[in-house]
Design a protein. Sequence first.
Length: 375
Amino acid sequence: MKLNMKNPIFYLAVLFFCIFHSAAESQTVSGWSVYDGPYILAQSESLKAKWIENSILKERDISPGNFPDLKKKFNLQFNYADLKSTFYLRPRYRQNYTLADSIAIITDIHGEYYSYIKLMKAMGIIDRNLNWKFGRGHLVVLGDNFDRGEMVTELLWHLFGLEKQAEKAGGMVHVLLGNHEFLILGKNLTYLNNKYRMVEEITKTKYYDLYSDSTVLGRWLRTKPVMITINNIIFVHGGISMETVQRNLKVDDINRKCSDRIVGRDKTWIDSDEELVFLNNESGPVWYRGYITDTTFCESKLDSILDFYGKDHIVIGHTVTSGIRSFYNNKLIAADAGIMYKQPGEMLIYKNGDFYRGFPSGKRIKLQSESVAYR
């Protein structure tokens, strides 16, 4: 074809088309084309799903009749009724469970969905089709599912569905809140992966609004605790500081204050109350690192914390160590094995009173305790 070079408007149009087509082709080839979702939100009496295919926003009103198509498309492991019932859930502040002989713990997944799935399969928590296989066991996810990685949405929907499957089998999935849940729900996007910056542009929606109180996942997350106990074990994302004990904050106190007055609130609201500031700072349960970083921390202080709660062990995430590590005769177990840094990760397994390190290969080794926390 012969171009009409005497027509500058025509020439510019052709030039812009070539540049745009080349950029779009490069984006697809480079793997930059965005796929994400679904995000499901309430609209009046109905539900709407939004998702992104090849960087294009798709939307659909969903109903019991067409939900099976969406379920199949995204391999969702729950039913339409589970979506609707989410809006009737309320937080449970008193989180104390007993008589569990099998517990699996994973933490700080940060959107690394494939590492999570590999560990879950290897440890027998899910089967090859990603369905619950752990029977009456308890799965504890110690927070920080958001930020850093590229598959946060897939991770959250899998946990949402797995929770329903576990309940039917007599087991339980406990998803705890970490500091990154506090950040996202509190409208802080500092650590957001670039993929989700593109999601914001395509949806014309701030990322935190995709998890607002009117969305299924946003409402679901707002019902989750910061701290639970199972048998004689405390589970919390960051840790329980001596100051927390000195403030006489029990499990239900912490969960109530965090759920009702911190999660989803802006910083101005939190900063107006000294106790809320404490719960959301470096000595609070989702940010504390003192077990590992404070050179003055010792076993007698840990004993005081455990005595206050009437438990024998505390399991934490948040602070990365070189694999799952145990200190002070298994009184303190640090479970963050660096999944967010593209490490293979590990899963902590509790079985009939003993702790084990679980690996993606399927191998388990009994946890060996060290005398003092790594610094």
